[in-house]
Design a protein around this ligand. Structure first.
Ligand code: NAD
Length: 410
């Protein structure tokens, strides 16, 4: 078992002990309901055939259809997908949207594929898992290195199999074919609403400096929104490395630089730094927005931020979380901080099922309301139970899932 899924289960056990949950329900929550592993043969441009491995883990659907993203990354493996599927189950319950949790992935380095190969890989994956997904069964969405175009191919292939248009099978689609306005920036926008709510609770207003690791959908959009709201974004990074200017970066210019050079590094007026250095900068807010397990027992002591806003899934290990709690660093857990993405995915699905589309203002107002309600509840549980924010979020989620399991008679 990988550390990640072990970590997820350790968090579950810790929460169940605090809550005194009955043994049977804990047992149910310890394993996914279904694990699907498929081989995907793809004809490469050069004429040879390559076989890729894909996964879909359907963790729990007590509260509604399975819901979770699809990741394309060379590190994707079954244990990682299981952990991510577990976290989705928790996240949907914390966000109070009527879904269970799942996750999918393909072990692939998309930087080595042409557009045609990527499309054939995606369509092959859909054909391999088609019987297990569907608008009322399991609804994928984008995650690391997947995007609206990939969701469009997913929806198209599934619709061909079903012989009719099925936009609600997947979220994060381009708006032209049933995507929701605001879905592309929803994870970052939601994270920003959460941060503003927490800063208000902590009565912190001035000198909010921010470092962001990861400059993709979550990290770059978060940097842009924070910059537009006059926060000082002083450091950002991508898979190559990072940049730092203590006076603050002009995020729009960094985006232009990244678009023209392929990376944030060597940006005029900023110093190049490593991804490790970025995590240890003296910032008010640290935003991990790339991959898992970047804050560990080895570097937790060196974290100088007062708030860690987890836009990535699982960026802080349990041991590191405990160290940060002792140091009074407030870790805003992934299952709350990045739930804006799945909340607007839920809005997209509702719009698809109704065939009636909302204006951007309505999407954002509803996201604001939903994520702030969740933040307020997590904050209240944190105070009531005298635990960290992650444990508070897990208590809320497990209460809801266990209640659903009991009512359904599982
Ligand atoms: P993305 O593919 O758009 O961007 C990933 C970014 O991380 C890229 O800038 C890449 O260069 C960078 N990166 C990759 N490896 C890195 C490394 N070793 N060190 C530093 N940076 C690295 O992906 P995304 O959608 O922004 O997802 C990022 C994180 O946010 C993931 O943990 C994902 O699960 C989580 N998340 C995303 C969404 C969403 O809606 N996109 C929703 C919830 C959670």
């Amino acid at each position: 078992m990988s550390n990640q899924f072990k970590e997820a289960l350790a968090q579950l056990n810790k929460t169940c002990e605090i809550m005194n949950v009955e043994h049977d329900e804990v047992e149910i929550l310890k394993s996914p309901q279904k694990v699907i592993e498929v081989s995907i043969p793809v004809k490469m441009d050069g004429g040879d055939l390559k076989v890729f491995t894909g996964f879909r883990v359907q963790y729990n659907n007590a509260r509604g259809p399975f819901k979770g993203g699809l990741r394309y990354h060379p590190r994707v493996n079954l244990d990682e997908v299981q952990a991510l599927a577990f976290w989705m189950t928790i996240k949907c319950a914390v966000a109070d949207i009527p879904y269970g949790g799942s996750k999918g992935g393909i072990t692939v380095d998309i930087k080595q594929l042409s557009k045609g190969e990527l499309e054939r890989l995606t369509r092959g994956y859909v054909r391999a898992i088609a019987e297990f997904v569907g608008p009322c069964k399991d609804i994928p969405a984008p995650d690391v290195y997947t995007n609206p175009q990939i969701m469009a191919w997913f929806m198209d292939e599934y619709s061909r199999i079903k012989g009719q248009n099925e936009p609600a099978v997947v979220t994060g689609k381009p708006v032209e074919i049933g995507g929701s306005l605001g879905r592309d920036t929803a994870t970052a926008q939601g994270g920003f609403y959460v941060l503003e709510n927490i800063l208000k609770k902590l009565k912190l207003k001035n000198d909010i400096t921010i470092a962001i690791q990861g400059f993709g959908n979550a990290g770059m959009n978060f940097a842009k929104i924070a910059f537009e709201h006059n926060y000082k974004v002083a450091a950002v990074s991508d898979s190559k490395s990072g940049i730092y200017n203590p006076e603050g970066l002009d995020v729009n210019k960094v985006i232009e630089h990244k678009n023209s050079t392929g990376s944030v590094i060597n940006f005029a007026g900023a110093r190049n730094i490593s991804n490790e250095e970025l995590l240890e900068l003296p910032m008010k807010v640290l935003v991990p927005a790339a991959l898992e397990a970047v804050i560990t027992k080895d570097n937790a002591d060196k974290i100088k931020a007062s708030i860690v806003l987890e836009l990535a899934n699982g960026p802080t290990t349990i041991e590191a979380s405990e160290k940060l709690y002792e140091k009074a660093v407030l870790v805003v857990p992934d299952v709350l901080a990045n739930s804006g993405g799945v909340i607007v995915s839920y809005f997209e699905w509702v719009q698809n099922l109704r065939h009636y589309y909302w204006e951007l203002e309505k999407v954002q107002a509803n996201l604001d309301k939903q994520i702030n309600r969740a933040t307020d509840l997590v904050w209240r549980y944190m105070k009531d139970y005298n635990v960290d924010m992650r444990a508070a979020a897990y208590i809320i989620a497990i209460e809801k899932i266990v209640k659903a399991l009991k009512i359904r008679g599982v």
